[in-house]
Design a protein around this ligand. Sequence first.
Ligand code: NDP
Ligand code: OXD
Length: 314
Amino acid sequence: MSAGYPRLLLKCDPRALDRWCRALARELPDARVDPWPGAAEPESADYALLWQPEDSLLARLAGVRAIFSLGAGVDHLLGKPSLPPMVPVVRLVDPGLTEGMTHYLVYQVLRIHRRMAVYERQQSDSLWREQAQRPAARCRIGVLGMGVLGSAAATTLAGLGFTVAGWRRQARSDSALPAYSGRDGLEQILASSDILILLLPLTADTRGLIDATALARIKPGSWLINVGRGGLVDEPALLAALDRGQLGGACLDVFAEEPLPPGHVFWQHPRVAVTPHVASLTAPDSAAAVIAGQIRRHLDGGELVDCVDRRRGY
Ligand code: NDP
Ligand code: OXD
């Protein structure tokens, strides 16, 4: 470490650079922040704070003490061949990110449950017509991915009266909500959910999980909300399932290719709601406080928390 102050290499969304620099200066006044591109010697950084770094930058970071992801997902790092094998990778667990995701999911679930898309179409036809309304308890929500974000959203949705179950890699007995695991658990949750929420990380095990076979198991007429990653879903198979009416509709925030290309069929599809990967946005103010807390503890000899298990991929 140079002269007692840590050097932080920062590669963030360029639109957020000023906010990140201000937030880090406030949280870690003794640190030196080197934004990338532009930093003279990335290899001499103590910590790297990264969002979607190029592989050639990762190849220069074997000497950093830790890499912090500026998002909850770490597929933008683990997918890169030059990620230094021995450097701990820390994912972002930030109450602001959790709140944002919960709000997005509550909004989309209520929009579906209260038939708001139907009323929007009716308004454009000046049509005054009631749609059936059923109690939340009769709407079953399946959350695939019951980690930090999934379990918070599931708890809030259950608090609104919905019947919620989760699916995760390892079944846990301490959960207040039923949580399935394994292939059988997946089949059960696909077959029973009226609204299926995808909040899994993209890993070797989850890539393409929702393929034609899985879609065929989904309860007819149910809805899919994908806020995890586009690669979780076989998109052509999803389109086919929508077009044959197997799915009532889909709310898609993440896509195999982002930005979603202008001519993509999802943009105009009558049963698809598209948002541009905004279900929960990292806010530099709250995220910088979380990362600064980790760095301060690490500099004092403490352990980093929320480290990624590279074998599992998340
Ligand atoms: P966590 O690591 O806290 O949770 C991941 C969950 O997925 C865990 O419940 C885990 O199971 C489960 N899981 C992982 N692999 C499998 C598998 N093979 N089979 C079954 N379950 C599995 O992640 P977060 O909740 O923090 O974030 C989840 C994802 O959300 C991120 O990776 C990112 O892709 C996405 N995201 C999207 C955003 C957006 O704006 N659209 C914003 C932020 C995140 P277990 O509990 O057993 O470990
Ligand atoms: C994230 C994301 O992983 O923005 O935080 O998707």
